[in-house]
Every structure is written in C-alpha cells, then in structure tokens.
Design a protein around this ligand. Structure first.
Ligand SMILES: [Zn+2]
Length: 317
C-alpha cells in the first residue's frame, strides 16, 4: 500500500488549491500566539487558536452526532475541499482548521466508528510512508470530534514536545527486536514502544490494549491517545492511557470554567487553547491538576507497570 503522492509538501500544496476556508485558516495560524511552560519534569507549549473552539467544545453525544452532517463524509465536504486516496480504505485531506503548519486528516472512506482495533497496522504503514510526519489518533472518548467516523491525523514531525522528551525515557525492557519504556514523574502516564518490526509492534499493541481494558474505562475501547512516527529505520509509538475525557472545570460556570478538553496533541505537550482567558491563566500547577483528573492514578498505573516490564510478543520471531 503506497500513497499516490509521495511528496507530502506537493500533496499539501495541491490540496490547498481552491480550498478557501483552509487557505484562510492556514494563514491565520501564522498569527497564533505561543508561549511555553516549564514544569519540574515536563515542558508544555501553549497555542492560542480561536478557530479550534469547534473541536474543543464539540458535543459528541449520540443525538448531536446523528443530527449533524458528518464533516468527514465525502457527501459533506467544504467548497474546494478535495482529497487523495491512500490504499483502498482511506483518503488524505488537509485539515481545514489546522493546529500545525502541515496538518492532514486521514478518514476511512466509509462512515464507520472510531475504533483502533484492526487499524494500528495501517497507522504504522502511514508513518513509514510519510517519514517526516507524525501520525496521531484520538480515541472516541479521548478528544475525537468525529467519534462516529474513523480517522487518523498527521502533522510535521518534531512539533509536539513529547517527541523530544522521550529521549529521556526509562527503558523497562530492552530486547533485540523491541523496547518498552516510560517517562517517570511525567505530567501524564505514558507508554513508549520502539521497534523496527511492524508485526512485533502490532502484537505488543494488542496485548497492551487488552491489559488496559482490564484497568481503565473501556467502552467502546480502552481510553487512549496514540502517536507514532518512523525515524532511523524504526517506529516510535506512544500510548497515553486515560481515565477521563474532560476535567470538572470544563463543566463549571463563570470564572471557574476552563475550556480544557485535551486530545492527543495536548497530551503530547502542545496545548491548544481556543479562549484567551484560559491561555493566560495556565500555570504548571494548574495543568498538573487538570491532567491529574484525566491521566491514570498511581494506583492504576501500579497495576499496569509490572506487566509492561514482562510483556513479550507472542510470535515465532
Ligand atoms: Zn462520516
């Protein structure tokens, strides 16, 4: 399975042509404000981006989803929006409401639910076919604004802080064909996998999903955000297991309200804030409190951690 266009820059330029909404929003993105927050063991980049209010505040209850026109279905594309097929199953679009200079959305060609099982291998293939890019996946209850329509997203490699921070990881298992690790004392619990063998990663990923299913909310699948990229002849995979979608402050009124509804990109350390008041008020302490409501408790992590140290791919290698 290979993309029809192998040069992502050419792909971006061709998809942006005549796509007015995206042209405007990619230009506006250059005016987005940024600042960084340094915690004791983490760095966060904050982006003030009012256009992302649609995604951050998206209602994803069943009734709303049924009544809205699905923006990932071919029948409801925006004026000028076009895509290119990838393999037999996916289409590559540019995201009309970008967070990144290069931001693609890769939905299934059919309107079927966001579930990762059976798709992780596709994600690895995409990462290898687009080696300067990072693929990411929001679970249906972990930030996906279209949980009813399967999709990946893709952005230029190296923009999200976690991509750099995993250099300081703790290796839990070091084998010739794979490594498993984490980052200690991080703002959120993180599982890191590295391998140059796709079949090994697919097998480990399935086992980790099964492990998570026993320990975290798992309806319709274990709550995760997932990233992967290919560099130096191997894949890097990051799994953020979660126990919640939004913190209590999201539902508060008045001054207590914080529009914090993190997806993969936010867990990866690039915090997208559509409201100026939130952008200004974030501190490392406040973000520890917010992420603390959504990431795993130490108690739950303590049940998962020993298994990460002993997992082995159930394959004849
Ligand atoms: Zn759809």
């Amino acid at each position: 399975m290979a993309p029809l266009i192998t040069d992502p820059e050419q792909l971006y330029i061709s998809l942006l042509e005549n796509f007015k909404v995206a042209q405007t929003n990619f230009l506006n993105l250059r005016k987005a404000l940024f600042r960084t927050l340094q915690g004791d063991h983490f760095l966060l980049k904050l982006q003030y981006n009012p256009e992302r209010i649609r995604s951050t505040a998206a209602q994803i209850d069943e009734k709303t989803l049924k009544e809205r026109k699905c923006f990932l279905c071919p029948a409801h594309l925006l004026p000028g929006q076009k895509g290119v097929p990838y393999g037999s199953r996916y289409t590559i679009f540019i995201n009309p409401y970008p967070i990144f200079d290069r931001h693609f959305t890769i939905p299934d060609q059919s309107h079927i639910p966001q579930l990762i099982e059976g798709r992780f291998g596709d994600m690895l293939r995409l990462a290898k076919d687009f080696p300067c890019y990072t693929l990411f996946y929001n679970g249906p209850r972990c930030g996906a604004s279209a949980p009813d329509h399967f999709h990946f997203q893709m952005a230029s490699q190296g923009v999200m802080p976690v991509e750099k921070e995993i250099e300081n990881w703790t290796v839990l298992q070091n084998n010739p064909s794979y490594q498993i690790g984490t980052i200690e004392n991080y703002l959120r619990k993180i599982i890191i996998l590295k391998s140059d063998q796709r079949i090994v990663l697919e097998n480990l990923f399935l086992q980790i999903l099964s492990l998570l299913r026993k320990n975290i909310p798992s309806e319709p699948e274990p709550m995760i955000n997932l990233l992967c990229w290919y560099t130096s002849s191997h894949w890097n995979v990051i799994i953020f297991p979660r126990r919640g979608l939004r913190p209590r402050q999201f539902y508060a009124a008045g001054e207590d309200k914080i529009l914090f509804s993190p997806g993969c990109v936010d867990f990866a350390g690039l915090l997208v804030t559509p409201r100026k008041e939130d952008y200004n008020r974030y501190t490392p302490e406040l973000l520890e409190e917010l992420f603390g409501q959504l990431t795993l408790t130490d108690k739950t992590w303590g049940k998962i951690y020993p298994s990460l140290c002993t997992l082995t791919p159930s394959l004849n290698l």
